[in-house]
Design a protein around this ligand. Structure first.
Ligand SMILES: NCc1[nH]cc(CCC(=O)O)c1CC(=O)O
Length: 315
């Protein structure tokens, strides 16, 4: 069977959020697809979809709900045929997809590290007592408080431009932004430094773009298989198995990173209490074939170590 390629008259529709970072990711996907199939850019249409998370910008994310916040409307458009594929930051994706959708295509992973952004200070360790750290990420908040209990964390949302403005206005002394996002926006210059994962273990799947499709769409399956980056998929399989086994909602600070060394996968993980009162870490390795089991087993042991009550907290 020959592949019915999209044309400018009947383009493949790529669904995405409208933030500058989301658009950069969609443009990268379009360029890769056009390159792989020797098609003009016009054979791909980028369709911007507003999500609940984009609409509600004045309240902390944890008040308005879980991880589906930035993805539900996009997945609905995919299921109803309004778009053909959806481009996502994998770190924002729940571990389970709705019936009828598959999320199994990954572009080569960007820098996994968090960037430290501060107009006045070179490192986190330089911040004076009581300095305000701006972040809306529970993981970053907890990691900062574990290492630097003398700092204060304040809620900080918005895109890169908004956050830089808030720093200038003194709402906070520093913030963190994923290096992947900064690189994709060509704004790596705003970070004073990139934090080594041993200092701040990144979010599960940080730096990875995933492409979702309808499970019965054989054309999308065939086109996306030309883009898939196998090593990124293997690393994310371990990380997301770890996350799924921890039952990570966005209310639980979880970090994790898998790295490949030949045929061996090294996985690190961390779970924290949101107030920074406790952190549990683990690290282990296994042959690539056992990637999902590696993630599950590490999660099971860490859950045991955490004990009942570790994840029960309310502010
Ligand atoms: N939760 C927001 C989000 N989702 C993905 C990225 C960055 C890009 C990536 O990690 O792939 C960001 C912003 C940030 O954490 O700075």
């Amino acid at each position: 069977m020959t592949l019915q390629l999209p044309t400018p008259m009947a383009p493949l529709k790529l669904g995405t959020r409208g933030s500058p970072l989301a658009l950069a990711q969609a443009n990268e996907t379009r360029a890769r697809l056009a390159g792989a199939f020797d098609l003009p850019f016009e054979a791909f249409e980028i369709v911007v979809i507003k999500t609940t998370g984009d609409r509600i910008i004045d309240r902390p994310l944890k008040e308005i709900g879980g991880k589906g916040l930035f993805t539900r409307e996009i997945e609905d458009a995919l299921l109803s045929g309004g778009i053909d594929i959806a481009i996502h930051s994998m770190k924002d994706m729940p571990t389970l997809q709705p019936e009828g959708l598959l999320l199994d295509t990954y572009l080569p992973r960007e820098d996994v590290r968090d960037g430290f952004v501060s107009p006045g200070y070179a490192t986190l360790a330089d911040l004076p007592e009581g300095s305000k750290v701006g972040t809306s990420s529970l993981r970053r908040r907890a990691q900062v408080l574990v290492a630097y209990p003398h700092l204060e964390v304040v809620e900080f949302r918005g895109n890169v431009q908004t956050r830089l403005k808030k720093l200038e206005e003194g709402v906070a002394t520093c913030t963190f932004l994923a290096m992947a996002g900064l690189n994709r926006l060509d704004r790596a210059d705003v970070a004073q430094s990139a934090l080594d994962p041993s200092v701040m273990l990144p979010a599960i799947a940080q730096g990875a773009i995933g492409i979702e499709r309808r499970s019965d769409d054989s054309r999308a399956a065939e086109m996306l298989s030309a883009l898939h980056h196998k090593e990124t998929g293997q690393r994310l399989a371990a990380e997301r198995a770890f996350l799924a086994a921890l039952d990570g909602s966005c209310e639980t600070p979880i970090a994790g990173l898998a790295e490949l060394d030949g045929g061996t996968l090294h996985l690190r993980g961390e779970v924290l209490r949101p107030d920074g009162s406790q952190s549990i870490k683990d690290a282990r390795s296994a042959p690539i074939e056992d990637r999902a089991e590696l993630g599950r087993a590490m999660a099971a042991d860490m859950l045991r170590e955490a004990g009942p009550g570790f994840f029960d907290w309310r502010e």
